[in-house]
Design a protein around this ligand. Structure first.
Ligand code: ADP
Ligand code: MG
Length: 333
């Protein structure tokens, strides 16, 4: 399969998609895609780089799940801004070394695109372009998503206010627990649904809370938000720094996944849940919104005045202790 056959395969597949956005004037096939600009809207742009053997290993992620995850990580970023994902771009650096087997095979890329396109279609996201090149050894995937929101309604990290409550969606730690299982040699089996399988699935096939993120944006209830990608403590520290506040977490309130521990819930990465702050008096309204979207929502702490010594405090059994993030850092591993 040549590069041009490959692009043609992608183009045909996207053309088959029943959903045709009216503001897309030109998709795959020219030097650039063309979108009609919309007044009263803000454009949100995000990109994520996934590198083989750093962000994933081909021996444990099924190709369809890799396609799903490549898009999911960027959908999560748009959700975390309170926006609606609309369009995507996909750039691939494909290993030259491994001949026509594995990652160079048509079967691999058909499965990858199946996973990618199924998630894109589920959220009415249209792939409008990308690029392909070779790499000496490993596979690299750059996933870009463009999203929209009403002007002024995007939710930044910097809006948290002293006195806000801290909320998180879903459960935490499963993804990190799943990664540990995979690194210990466990593998996914789609016929099983036990806690171990759920944990590996959380890591390899995350479902970003797209609709709830968008609803939060429209509601105007959240003051600051991000997605939990580096670990709860690390990401809350980022939010606190951006907002120039501190925060206290209540250990007993943190929704720890069945397969995980409090430690993994605090410091494990890639949960792709939404972490946000909002006025405590809006908790009931937020819970109703979460219920509407079949999301679990938990109040896990509060925002306090910035103290220079420590951004985060963990209260466990009524005892407050400084909490130091130990989340993932690509430059530190
Ligand atoms: P150029 O040489 O002008 O960059 P390409 O041959 O790389 O053009 O790409 C041709 C068309 O195919 C462009 O519209 C581009 O966006 C699209 N395209 C290339 N790679 C991908 C990909 N991985 N996924 C989706 N579209 C792609
Ligand atoms: Mg190109």
């Amino acid at each position: 399969m040549s590069e041009f056959d490959f692009i043609e395969r992608i183009r045909v597949r996207i053309a088959r998609n029943a959903f045709k956005p009216t503001d897309l004037l030109l998709g795959i096939g020219d030097d650039a895609a063309i979108l009609r600009e919309q007044s009263g809207r803000e454009l949100l742009i995000t990109t994520d780089l996934l590198v083989e053997d750093v962000d994933f290993k081909l021996d444990y992620i099924p190709p369809a799940w890799l396609g799903h995850k490549a898009l999911a990580v960027s959908l999560s970023d748009i959700a975390a801004m309170g926006g609606t994902p609309r369009f995507s771009l996909l750039t691939l650096a494909i290993p030259l070394a491994s001949a026509e087997c594995g990652v160079r095979s048509a079967e691999f890329w058909d499965a990858f695109l199946d996973g990618y396109c199924a998630l894109a279609e589920a959220h009415q996201v249209t792939l409008i372009g990308g690029d392909i090149s070779g790499m000496p050894e490993q596979l690299a995937i750059d996933s870009m998503v463009l999203g929209q929101c009403e002007s002024g309604k995007s939710i930044r990290r910097s809006g948290a206010q002293v006195g806000d409550a801290v909320f998180v969606t879903g459960e935490l730690g499963a993804s990190a627990a799943g990664l540990q299982l995979l690194l210990n040699g466990e593998r996914v089996d789609e016929t099983l649904a036990d806690a171990k399988q759920q944990a590996m699935r959380a890591h390899l096939r995350p479902e970003p809370p797209v609709a709830f993120g968008q609803a939060l944006g429209q509601s105007g209830l959240a003051h600051a938000m991000l997605d939990v990608s580096d670990g709860l403590a690390q990401d809350l520290a980022h939010l606190c720094t951006a907002s120039q506040v501190s925060a206290t977490l209540i250990a007993e309130a943190i929704p720890v996944a069945e397969s995980a521990s409090l430690q993994l819930a605090l410091h494990g990465g890639e949960d792709f849940e939404l972490l946000f702050t909002a006025e405590a008096k809006n908790e009931a309204a937020l819970q109703r919104l979460a219920e509407l979207h079949q999301m679990q929502l938990t109040r896990i702490g509060g925002v306090t005045l910035r103290s220079d010594a420590q951004a985060l405090t963990l209260k466990q059994n009524g005892i407050a202790q400084p909490l130091t993030p130990q989340g993932f850092d690509h430059f530190r591993r």
